[in-house]
Ligand binder design. Structure first.
Ligand code: GTQ
Length: 352
């Protein structure tokens, strides 16, 4: 028995009439959208882009003349992907912004469901406090503010301090799980523990024998650059260079060896002078910041020329390669940890 529609001629209007009718019942036909929903390969809506720090810096300083850190709560200029203007997104899931704080200023305490990372760009003498412990920030340090921890920032130095904020903002938004609160005061919170406490407890290849720490985020909330840089420097004497990554490491949570944060994966890599990586792509759109050196990244027919403090973003599944014209260090972050945990992370390594 043939159950196919017999008169093709009448099918389209009949379908349209059907769709309109079921639409009133909040129903829609999957077959009209199936291949837009389930694409053969990732179709990223974002574009590769580079922000040259030197050209942004004047805007950071101009913002300081227009608003105080206190009034702004956080004086941040958001890095928006050119294809997602007005959405506060550098990728579909992640936020990136440059936060500036002047000597004597504080950014008042608050807490929120969104987790943040800070990657320090320049300056000295500013601290961030997380959950009652302050840490002084230095260029190249990777600092974590876990979900729902109280945090404030203050600058006790003599010049402006700038860092890159990375937040899992748009994941929380997707899940409609955002909470936020302030302390009701604009004043900095009083430290409850001495500076360096977490690092001593969790950052010295030892753990308290009866550790009570039970967050899914690393208790080491400042990974100082001098330690990461020293590790890269020592390893480069012996390591073979990975053709796709140079010498690349992920920051980990010493409690379990997993990524340092449950929603954002963070990495640091060293590319020797003259090194060209082979083509690579992965499902996690990635934000990079050049810490030291100089080079370029080829992606989607574009060349992103980077130097110290420049920030760039590579979309999901776009083949790219890095070339270091000087010995370079890149820090990067992405939502790879989520892809891996949920079982859909993919990568492709090209032979050239
Ligand atoms: O420092 O707490 O860039 O709450 C965006 C939201 C920074 C922060 C941002 C924030 C923060």
């Amino acid at each position: 028995m043939d159950s196919a529609p017999t008169s093709k001629h009448n099918v389209d209007p009949a379908r349209q009439e059907f769709y309109a009718r079921i639409g009133k019942s909040n129903l829609a036909p999957l077959w009209e959208v199936l291949h837009k929903l389930i694409t053969a390969t990732p179709e990223s809506v974002i574009v590769p882009h580079l922000w040259q720090y030197e050209s942004l810096k004047p805007f950071l300083l101009e913002a300081c003349e227009l608003i105080t850190a206190k009034e702004a709560e956080r004086r941040v200029l958001i890095l928006e992907n050119p294809s997602l203007k007005g959405e506060s997104k550098i990728t579909r899931s992640l936020f990136a912004g440059l936060q500036t704080i002047l000597p004597g200023e504080i950014a008042p305490p608050h807490r929120h469901s969104q987790a943040a990372l800070r990657f320090i760009v320049e300056g000295q003498g500013a601290y961030t406090a997380v959950d009652g412990e302050r840490t002084m920030m230095h260029p190249g340090d990777f600092v974590i503010t876990p979900s729902w921890t109280w945090h404030d920032h203050g600058n006790t130095g003599t010049g402006p301090m700038v860092w890159l904020d990375g937040l899992d903002m748009h994941m929380i938004k997707l899940f409609e799980a955002s909470f936020r609160e302030g302390t009701g005061s604009d004043e900095a919170m009083e430290p409850e523990r001495p500076e360096g406490d977490s690092y001593a407890r969790y950052g010295a290849n030892m753990l308290p024998v009866e550790a009570e720490y039970d967050r899914p985020t690393s208790p080491v909330f400042n990974y100082p650059y001098d330690r990461s840089r020293e590790a890269l420097e020592t390893m480069k004497r012996r390591d073979k260079w990975n053709p796709w990554h140079g010498l690349k490491f992920k920051y980990i949570n010493p409690m379990n060896g997993d990524y340092a944060m449950p929603t954002i994966a963070t990495f640091i890599q060293l590319l020797p002078r003259g090194f060209k990586t082979q083509g690579y792509r992965s499902t996690d759109s990635t934000v990079f910041i050049c810490v030291e050196g100089k080079g370029r990244t080829q992606v989607a027919g574009k060349t992103l020329d980077w130097g110290p403090k420049d920030i760039f973003v590579i979309p999901s599944w776009e083949k790219h390669r890095h070339e270091a014209t000087e010995e370079s260090v890149l820090f990067s972050y992405s939502d790879r940890v989520v892809h891996e945990k949920l079982g859909f992370w993919r990568e492709q390594k090209f032979p050239n």
